[in-house]
Write a protein that binds this ligand. Structure first.
Ligand SMILES: [Zn+2]
Length: 137
C-alpha cells in the first residue's frame, strides 16, 4: 500500500522543471495533504497562498471550483469532499498561479488582484499590465 506521502514524492518527481522558472522563483511548496475517510485535507494551502501573495479564501474558492466539490475552511486547514491525488492538487496550484498570479504580458509574478465593479483585475507591478481574470464567487 502506497502512503500518501510516497504518492506526493512520486508526483513531485514527475513535474517538469525547465518551464517553471517563475514558479520556482516564487518558491511554492508542495501540497501537504492527507486523506480522512472520503475527504482530502490540505494543511498548507495558507502557506501556498502566502507564497503567491493571495488570500487563502480566494485560493480555496479556486480549488472548490476546479475540483467541482464542496468543502470547508477551518482555520488554515482546507477540507475537500472527495479523494484527490496529490499530483492533481499540485497541478491545480500551478493552474492557479498561471491564471491569477503570473502576468500574461511579461510573465512575472509581481502582481496583485483588484476588484473593479463586477470584474477582477490582475495588475502587474513589473510592467503595469491590467488584465481581467475570472471572478470566483
Ligand atoms: Zn507584467
Amino acid at each position: 500500500m502506497t502512503s500518501y506521502e510516497d504518492m506526493l514524492d512520486k508526483a513531485y518527481a514527475k513535474l517538469p522543471t525547465a518551464s517553471k522558472a517563475d514558479a520556482v522563483r516564487l518558491d511554492i511548496p508542495q501540497i501537504k495533504g492527507a486523506l480522512s475517510g472520503n475527504k482530502t485535507i490540505i494543511s498548507n494551502l495558507d502557506v501556498i497562498a502566502k507564497a503567491v501573495r493571495r488570500d487563502l479564501p480566494h485560493v480555496f474558492k479556486f480549488f472548490l471550483r476546479e475540483l467541482a466539490t464542496t468543502g470547508d475552511l477551518k482555520g488554515t486547514e482546507a477540507i475537500f469532499v472527495g479523494k484527490f491525488r496529490p499530483d492533481m492538487l499540485n497541478n491545480k496550484v500551478e493552474k492557479y498561479i498561471k491564471e491569477f498570479v503570473l502576468c500574461p504580458q511579461c510573465g512575472k509574478p509581481d502582481t496583485h488582484l483588484e476588484k473593479a465593479d463586477a470584474a477582477t483585475l490582475l495588475i502587474c507591478e513589473a510592467c503595469g499590465a491590467k488584465e481581467s481574470v475570472r471572478s470566483l464567487k
